[in-house]
Ligand binder design. Sequence first.
Ligand code: FMN
Length: 335
Amino acid sequence: MKTAITELFGIQHPMIQGGMHYVGFAELAAAVSNAGGLGIITGLTQKTPELLAKEIARCRDMTDKPFGVNLTFLPSFTAPPYPEYIAAIREGGVKAVETAGRSPEQYMPALKAAGIKVIHKCTSVRHSLKAEKIGCDAVSVDGFECGGHPGEDDIPNMILLPRAADELKIPFVASGGMADARSLVAALSMGAAGMNMGTRFIATREAPVHPNVKKALVEASELDTVLVMRALRNTERVLKNKSVDHLLEIEREKGAALKIADIHEQVAGVYPKVMLDGEMDAGAWSCGMVVGLIYDIPTVKELIDRIMAEAEHIIRRRLTGFLDGVVTPKAAKVA
Ligand SMILES: Cc1cc2nc3c(=O)[nH]c(=O)nc-3n(C[C@H](O)[C@H](O)[C@H](O)COP(=O)(O)O)c2cc1C
């Protein structure tokens, strides 16, 4: 399949693995890239630019295909040394960067000078248009369903994607709620040139996280995520657990007066405990509603090949079947 996204990044399939804290290590990024998608190393999971340089080199040892790095611009007072992280990306020969969080505007000249393609993750049409204006090559349009930070507008992808298609000139991928071939074909129908998946890629054999995390994803349903930190305007969609129940109690108690310090125990330093040690109740960790569509733990290649085969089946058989007057049963499973 060829789309504006496969051409932009020089990849075989229009599928990106979004940056994920303590999940997006070289093993997962390389597996996604080797399977024909665009794998992404999560930049800030590496505590220093030197460590990121090593992680890029490790990924390069595992794949000769293009891969990217995620740079999340946090609303913090003690900002990480972004110029040094960008230098590590440039010197590592990485040609794709997924930016997220705050606008990457001040770093665009450095990224562009290094010939890096920038895809910015946005949760609204207005932020997507800003990304286009400042020279981003593409946008990852992240709907309300998404794992992680859906923003504060609460617009699901059924509306957000066609709205983005109506406004944007640069290509975009659909992000949030994407799990399978049905997601991909729907995203393409609504004007996207591919899809970005987070949660789905955690439940793969190569994702270098504790087996408890993958088990939790297979067992959870679409009813098992919840939004936290709304009062701080830093809304995050997370998987429900004991620690999140406690966090929600504190949020109810404090109301609009909630401060980040009130929930420090439930949100700070949680990721290594959950992802590496498998302590599933250690705190709040991002998870998308799409968890309800995760039934298995395939290899990344099995997942991507299955998506592409079933997408072809949906397009060639189910959809054209309607035009030809052949009513096929519900969406495709390729035997
Ligand atoms: C465990 C987890 C950690 C994440 N960490 C980050 C991150 O550090 N930076 C970022 O830009 N997005 C992060 N995301 C968001 C993903 O890149 C992606 O946009 C999102 O998962 C898409 O929604 P989905 O989970 O429904 O596929 C994270 C998502 C998950 C599930």
